[in-house]
Design a binder for this molecule. Structure first.
Ligand SMILES: Nc1ncnc2c1ncn2[C@@H]1O[C@H](COP(=O)(O)OP(=O)(O)OP(=O)(O)O)[C@@H](O)[C@H]1O
Ligand SMILES: [Mg+2]
Length: 281
């Protein structure tokens, strides 16, 4: 059984844009796979289909997660929520609830598995609370448990999202450019944590990235998209600049651009959409 199995997935948006074109893929249990491609190549769209957030074109097609269909022939299955219990998400835009504590955010991962009265009262069993603290310790931010999520740096928020996936007992992590908004040092920590979850908890990881060098460092396998098609699927190590040039032409530069040296001091964080608290780690 594979963690992900995709057959003949195509997606045409209402504006006529074909974002995914006959994708066939398998990702084995325990793999750590990079998804690369220039802006607009279809990475986010593909991840959203795997998660059952977006329905494919109404043609014969299938997406399975751990052997269970999540969508078929353009229809998302009715029990999508149950299937999604196996999936943890990490997005580029930090997706914690800002006004809640970090621990409560992590406990949200356990919510779907708890009986309704627990969900309504927000009364989490002691075992879950202990587990949430352990998960935060694993990703290196145990000291932040009682902080509001809004007070965490971007990198710390991403690590909290990974702790939430752990508490959820996710078996698959889909991460859509989780390091795109982070400085090099925070990026390295988030990627280290993803690799740790893959190695120590045997979580399957699919992570979309902009830079090929990060894919090479962390992911044995890379799937490369261009215009909604898989143009490469194989060892990351083989994606040398000449190969990328061949796959992407002049757009290759966007992917080859080396990520900055982690030792160089990060530029001061701009007051972005997350307010002045959104600082780098
Ligand atoms: N809801 C939508 N409606 C119409 N077109 C869309 C929609 N979402 C995405 N697209 C188009 O589909 C294509 C793939 O978009 P997608 O966001 O998957 O690319 P991406 O590889 O994630 O890019 P980036 O690296 O910029 O995040 C793009 O041409 C995009 O403009
Ligand atoms: Mg995207």
């Amino acid at each position: 059984m594979d963690a992900i199995r995709i057959e003949r997935l195509s997606k045409t948006f209402a504006n006529g844009r074909k974002a995914l074109d006959e994708i066939n893929l398998r990702v084995g249990v325990g793999e750590m796979v990079a998804l690369i491609g220039a802006s607009g190549s279809g990475k986010s769209t593909l991840l959203r289909h795997i998660a059952g957030f977006t329905a494919s074109d109404p043609q014969p097609s299938q997406i399975e997660i751990f052997g269970r269909p999540i969508q078929q022939n353009g229809r998302i299955v009715r029990e999508v929520r149950r299937i999604r219990l196996d999936v943890g998400f990490v997005f580029q835009q930090f997706n914690l609830v800002n006004r809640l504590t970090v621990q409560t955010n992590v406990l949200i991962g356990a919510l779907a598995r708890l009986p309704l009265w627990r969900r309504v009262t927000g009364c989490f069993p002691r075992a879950e609370r202990e587990r949430s603290v352990a998960a935060l310790a694993e990703v290196g931010i145990a000291d932040k448990a009682y902080e509001r999520a809004a007070n965490l740096s971007g990198g710390q928020q991403q690590r909290a999202a990974l702790a939430r996936a752990l508490v959820q007992h996710a078996r698959l992590i889909l991460a859509d450019e989780p390091i795109a908004s982070l400085d090099p040092e925070s990026s390295r920590r988030v990627m280290d944590m993803l690799a740790m979850l893959n190695r120590n908890h045997r979580l399957t990881v699919v992570v979309s990235l902009h830079q090929v060098d990060i894919a090479m460092r962390y992911c044995p396998r890379t799937i490369a998209l261009r215009d909604g098609r898989v143009v490469y699927d194989g060892p990351s190590a083989a994606l040398t600049p000449p190969v990328l040039q061949q796959l992407y032409g002049s757009a290759a530069r966007e992917l080859i651009e080396p990520s900055a040296d982690p030792l160089t001091p990060a530029a001061p964080a701009a007051a972005g959409p997350f307010g002045p608290q959104a600082r780098v780690a």
